[in-house]
Design a protein around this ligand. Structure first.
Ligand code: FDA
Length: 454
């Protein structure tokens, strides 16, 4: 294989939302860039695909009203949004398997449990209001909050198990996609602060508000189009040699010499790259305390959105179901009806021990508990499994283990010589979301432009 050697001001490793945003901002400031992407496509965790004739959002898809950086980008790219279907009743299934239809945000639980849930949400909202999502480690109780798992913290607040299970679900299964014993209370507060408040996480109409007509992967596709021939696919970066004055970045077939490099990949993947000299010990340690959550995103397409005939919005929750949450995910202008459901962490591990047929049967059975037997017969069925993707290794995103956020958080975005870092998984606002990826892309570009001029 021939080795091309290019020279640029900045080389960007990873063509996800963060890397492509940074590359475009740098270009606008007059710097030259090259983006090296491991996969044969751009977008990373954004992937709009057609499977058996159905357009599916294999990765990220929702846009919420607080995600200003993403909304600005959508406007800049001329992309249109539409609202998730939400007419009619939601459904909730309790620990005894009993289904209740409801409207509003609070699940239909016994009155005493509802009171506890409301109190916990208020308490969490007060705590979240004290957290700066860009610097959660600066909270006066940060160390203490980072030592206590979210599960332990909840157990210390109330004996009401159903209240605890529901509050845990909003952060654990639904967001960080790790069990609540595996992340700290500080990490939980960061997740909520990054979306504005804990109440926002409870409000599905807020957090899962809009989708993009034609799919969210158009964001990276259009951003890459603007960069033209400076985006290089099938170029997994293997080696980075660096000095105070610059970097040499090598994939199997290309070498780019530049003044700066941006690592715009999930931080769990940094150790896949060989650095010379090695990264400092702090980074070596820090990167081992970050891990991906894991969730299966399940897509089931039906000849029609049959649940609407029953007066259901399809919004469904249960901490006791295999699919802990599910929604109407029908595409804009589509006659067919699509449901999307999620199977998180331990439950996802369990169903991956089954055959594909058995797994599908178990998952559709769970959906049928919410919507009735028609849910068992989709015309298209697909499981997004990011756990098998070499260049992602989990879903939705990466977070610190117990104690990691207070110990290392402040150093995450600090450059090491010419090496800069950008990813949704180190964002404040928009943490673990596309909005955060765009914010981090902008931030890193601003810093490099300042340094390049300075
Ligand atoms: P991202 O991981 O997207 O990009 C990194 C890129 O680096 C990838 O293209 C990768 O291939 C590449 N790479 C890795 N190693 C490399 C190497 N050595 N050399 C070269 N390239 C390399 N968000 C949201 O806002 N709304 C939502 O509804 C959802 N839902 C959702 C569902 C699912 C199933 C997933 C997996 C994720 C979401 N998210 C989401 C999260 C959202 O998709 C995510 O936060 C951002 O897309 C991450 O963008 P980044 O650019 O930071 O990383």
């Amino acid at each position: 294989p021939t080795t091309d050697v290019l020279t640029r001001d900045v080389v960007i490793v990873g063509a996800g939302a963060a890397g492509l945003t940074a590359a475009n901002e740098l270009r606008k400031a007059g710097l030259s860039v090259a983006v090296l992407e491991a996969r044969d496509r751009v977008g990373g965790r954004l992937h709009t695909d057609v499977i058996d004739g159905a357009m599916l959002e294999v990765g990220g898809q929702w846009v919420s009203p607080d995600q200003e950086a993403l909304i600005e980008t959508l406007e800049d790219l001329g992309l249109e949004t539409y609202s998730r279907y939400r007419e009619g009743d939601s459904v909730y299934i309790n620990a005894d398997g009993e289904l209740t239809r409801f409207t509003g945000e609070i699940f239909p639980v016994p009155e005493a449990t509802e009171k506890v849930i409301v109190e916990l949400i208020e308490r969490l909202d007060r705590m979240v209001a004290e957290i700066d999502p860009d610097r959660p480690w600066e909270h006066p109780d940060a160390e203490e909050l980072d030592r206590i798992s979210f599960e332990r913290w909840l157990a210390d607040q109330t004996d009401d198990v159903e209240a605890r299970d529901n509050i845990a679900l909003f952060i654990a299964g639904a967001m960080l996609t790790k069990p609540p014993h595996a992340f700290s209370t500080l990490q939980a507060l960061l997740m909520a602060a990054s979306a504005g408040s804990f109440s926002h996480l409870v409000d599905a109409d807020f957090i899962l508000d809009k989708r993009v007509v034609g799919g969210l992967q158009q964001v990276p596709l259009l951003l890459a189009e603007r960069l033209g021939a400076d985006v290089f696919l099938d170029q997994p970066v293997r080696r980075i040699e660096w000095t105070g004055g610059g970097v040499t970045v090598a994939s199997d077939r290309m070498t780019v010499r530049a003044r700066f490099v941006i690592l715009a990949l999930a931080p769990v993947l940094y150790p896949r790259i060989s650095f010379s000299p090695p990264l400092p010990r702090l980074q070596h340690q820090m990167h081992q305390h970050i891990s991906m959550g894991f969730v299966i995103k399940v897509h089931a397409v039906y000849d029609r959105p049959f649940w609407r005939e029953q007066g259901l919005s399809a919004t469904a929750f249960s901490p006791y179901e295999l699919c802990h949450e599910a929604y109407d995910n029908t595409n804009h202008g589509d006659e067919r009806g699509t449901l999307v459901g999620f199977v998180s962490d331990r439950l996802a591990d369990d169903v991956f021990c089954l055959s594909a047929e058995e797994r599908k049967g178990r998952i559709l059975e769970s959906l049928s508990h919410y919507y009735g037997p028609d849910a068992k017969n989709p015309v298209v069925y697909y499981e997004s499994d990011w756990g098998t993707e070499e260049w992602t290794r989990g879903a939705y995103a990466a977070s610190f283990d117990l104690g990691g956020l207070a110990r290392y958080g402040a150093d995450q975005r600090e450059p090491v010589g010419p090496i800069h870092f950008a990813c949704s998984d180190m964002a404040g606002l928009g943490y673990q979301h596309v909005d955060g990826a765009i914010r981090m892309g902008r931030l890193v570009a601003t810093r490099i432009v300042e340094e390049a001029r300075g």
